[in-house]
Ligand binder design. Structure first.
Ligand code: FES
Length: 145
């Protein structure tokens, strides 16, 4: 009986006591040259990236709306509206990101201008290396502040 308890108890104790393996490890993905992004309007960039999720390595197609801030700085927004996940787009006429599903509008900085979106646009981690734009994991925005 003690042998059976040990055989079942040791793996269960290890499962409970050892720290969980990082469930979503992101890699940096090069998505283009910063110099090719206009400083006036955000541009949508479509790219493929590898993402490790537990033991699986996913190769997924996704996109980002990139806004160039300066020659060394950019922000990149995740492509889904923070209301129910529709793909939004940039409108030059109103200088806003607009979601066609329920008409949420976001400023060029990603802040909610008009709901029902409950919070700002989510952003990718961004690194600029030798003029190349590198995107990391998506950081979920907090409440609309
Ligand atoms: S999904 Fe964008 S406003 Fe509803």
């Amino acid at each position: 009986m003690a042998l059976i308890s040990g055989a079942l108890g040791v793996p269960a104790a290890l499962y409970l006591l050892l720290p969980a393996k990082s469930s979503r490890k992101e890699e940096w993905t090069e998505v283009g040259d910063l110099a090719q992004i206009s400083q006036k309007t955000p541009e949508e960039v479509v790219f493929r990236r590898k993402r490790k999720d537990g033991w699986k390595i996913l190769n997924e197609k996704t996109s980002a709306w990139i806004r160039r801030i300066s020659d060394k700085e950019a922000v990149a927004f995740a492509p889904s509206c923070t209301h129910l996940g529709c793909a939004y787009h940039w409108e030059d006429k109103s200088n806003t990101f607009v979601c066609p599903c329920h008409t949420s509008a976001f400023s060029p900085e990603g802040k909610v201008l008009m709901g029902p979106a409950p919070r700002s646009l989510d952003q990718y981690e961004v690194k600029i290396d030798g003029g190349k734009i590198l995107l990391g994991r998506v950081i979920q925005s907090g409440e609309n502040t």
